[in-house]
Every structure is written in C-alpha cells, then in structure tokens.
Design a protein around this ligand. Structure first.
Ligand code: ADP
Ligand code: MG
Length: 330
C-alpha cells in the first residue's frame, strides 16, 4: 500500500534540520542546533535523569501510521520513563534514520506532531543526528529530566505489606494493535477509535509520577506488559508482587473486544505506558488525592509478599497460569 504522506522531495540534510527541527529547538541550551553539542541547566539541588528508547518501523509502529503520531509516540514512550521515575522533563535528543522512501510530507507531519507535544509536556528538542538507512525507519530519542537529588523512584524498594497499583486502564494498546491488524471488526467505531488511539498515543503520567516521589516505594512504566514489568519490580526489590485478576482496570472498549478473556490478556500485553507502583497502605488517601489532582485514575490491583517475581491470582487466591508475562524482542 502506498501512502501520499511519503511524497515530497527532501532537501539536503542541513536544510532539513534548519527547516523542520531548528524551530523545535526552543531551549537556549540547544544553541539553535548550530553547534556540536547542547547544554542542559539543572536547578540547584536537583539531579539530571536520562533515558532512551527507539521506535522501529514494523516493530513499534506500522508503516502507514500517521507520521504525527509516530513522532509523538517516540517522544511519549521516553516521557513515560521519566514519569515513572518522578521527573520533570527538560529536553530530548532525536536520532532519525530514514529510508529514501520517506519524503518531506512525512517528515513535516512528524515534526508538526512533535511541536504539539513539546507544548503539551513542556520539553524542547536540543539536538540529534540524521542519517539515511537501507533498512526500516528508526527513531531513537534520548530524554532528560530533573528531580530533587536522591528522590528518583526505583524498581527496587517494594516491601512486604505494600499494595500494588496501576494508573489508567491496561491492555488497551494491545487491543488497538489488534484492531490495526484487522481484528475487532464487530466493534463500534468509538471503541475501535479509543483502542487505536491508546496504541498510537500513550499518555505519559508525569504529574502522577511527581506526586509518587514521596508516596511510592517502587515504580515502573508498563511497556512490555503489566506482569512482566511488575516482575521487574519484584526481582529488583527481592519481594513477590501478587496481582488479583479481578481488580485489573479494564476499559469498556477492551472488554467489548476481548470479552471474558480481556483480563488475562490485558495482564500480558504491552505498550500501555501506564505507571505501575507499590506503596504502603497508609498512603492510600494521599494517593487518591494525588490521582485526582493528576486527573488520572489509579486502581489497587494487588499486594506485596515475601518471595520474588510476580503472580496473577483468581478470586480464591489460586495462581492463574499465563502463556507469557509480556513482550520480549528475542
Ligand atoms: P555532527 O557533524 O556532529 O554529526 P550534525 O551535522 O549531525 O553534527 O548536526 C548538526 C546539528 O544539528 C547538531 O546540533 C545536531 O544536534 C543537530 N541535529 C542533527 N540531526 C538532528 C535531528 N534529527 N534532530 C535534532 N537535531 C539534529
Ligand atoms: Mg551528525
């Protein structure tokens, strides 16, 4: 299938950077993308936090996804890591590897999407690299954030007796991907659109993450799958996270798509970019207030006990066996 987005003659590398990316480099330390490196100023008493994630055509996005959402997803998956650590985002580097078929229209829409998200999340492009590739398009972003020194939320820190929470609803992105691959034909348009939007445009929970700095004992963003990611917390913390299937927050759209299988599938599908975290029971009221302020729902989905790793249990506390805990690339 061809896509008109792919047309439009590309100017040379430096002209492309000047036209599309220099206007996104608003931070003074970006030096207008005219130097070899950028500067990041960090407030007194704060630490710089760094994370990186790449999205690859055919792996993390589909060739015919709208270019604007491709750019925004690439940025948002990085902002989601910063959110889970409790950061305020500052800026990002953008490494673009693009095949010849990607023309100026695609790149313009891509940059336009980034511009909107920069405003929404208060970040600026500060530099990057641009190269041609014989392979699929790859967009690698490195994002920088800051927080008071010593306050970064870790995967380690969950303690026996803590409760396990997740923000938003889970599994929607997996449902959206299934719809984009031809599934869900019996769904109402509003449910399909909702699920596809959740796949293409994750919502980094930045405000919630900042509030969690003083409340949560551990935190991670859900990228590989809820069970897989909670398993990382369990392993890093030397504790066992027990997830009660009946408590998982499932959207009505996902329930319509997957029916009675929705819960178990939601527990192992990735790409949700919600925050999963643990906190002591005494923080419950403060957590609920923080969630209201951040305008996001949170659900208590389980508890922490002695052991390591993660398990999914039914209403009687019996373990539900799952085929896998999440997505792994190899
Ligand atoms: P170098 O010769 O060091 O590789 P480049 O010529 O690649 O430098 O880059 C020139 C400037 O343009 C640098 O400031 C770099 O950060 C910026 N830049 C290059 N590609 C991108 C991009 N895709 N997004 C943002 N900035 C970019
Ligand atoms: Mg370069």
């Amino acid at each position: 299938m061809t896509n008109s987005n792919f047309s439009g003659k590309r100017p040379g590398e430096f002209e492309l950077i000047a036209q599309l990316f220099a206007p996104l480099a608003k931070a003074p330390g970006a030096l207008g993308l005219k130097d070899d490196a950028a500067l990041i100023a960090v407030s007194e008493g704060n630490e710089l936090v760094v994370t990186t994630d790449a999205v690859i055509e055919g792996v993390h996005f589909l060739p015919n996804d709208p270019p604007g959402t491709v750019g925004r997803k690439a940025l948002r998956v990085n902002l989601s890591d910063l959110a889970a650590k409790g950061c305020t985002p500052l800026g990002y580097l953008l490494v673009l590897s693009i095949p010849d078929r990607i023309g100026m229209n695609w790149l313009s829409e891509f940059a336009h999407g980034l511009a909107g998200d920069q405003q929404e999340f208060g970040v600026s492009l500060i530099g990057g690299d641009t190269a041609a590739t014989p392979g699929p398009a790859t967009i690698a972003i490195t994002a920088f954030g800051e927080l008071p020194s010593g306050s970064m939320l870790r995967r380690s820190g969950a303690k026996t007796g803590d409760l396990v929470y997740v923000s938003g609803t889970i599994g929607d992105a997996g449902g959206g991907l299934e719809c984009l691959k031809g599934g869900g034909r019996a769904l109402q348009a509003k449910d399909r659109d909702f699920l596809i939007r959740r796949y293409r445009l994750p919502e980094p929970r930045i405000k919630l993450g900042q509030a969690l700095r003083t409340l949560a004992t551990s935190s991670i963003d859900v990228s590989d799958g809820l069970l897989a990611d909670l398993g990382h917390i369990g392993d890093a913390s030397g504790a066992r996270l027990v997830v009660e299937a009946a408590r998982l927050p499932i959207s009505s759209s996902l329930a319509a798509l997957w029916m009675s299988n929705a819960t178990e599938r939601a527990a192992i599908y990735g790409d949700d970019y919600e925050i999963a975290f643990t906190a002591p029971p005494a923080t419950q009221n403060a957590l609920e207030r923080a969630a209201v302020e951040a305008k996001v729902s949170i659900a208590q989905i389980g508890y922490v006990e002695a052991g390591t790793g993660v398990s999914l249990v039914d209403r009687s506390g019996n373990e539900i066996r799952v085929s896998r805990k999440g997505y792994t690339h190899f």
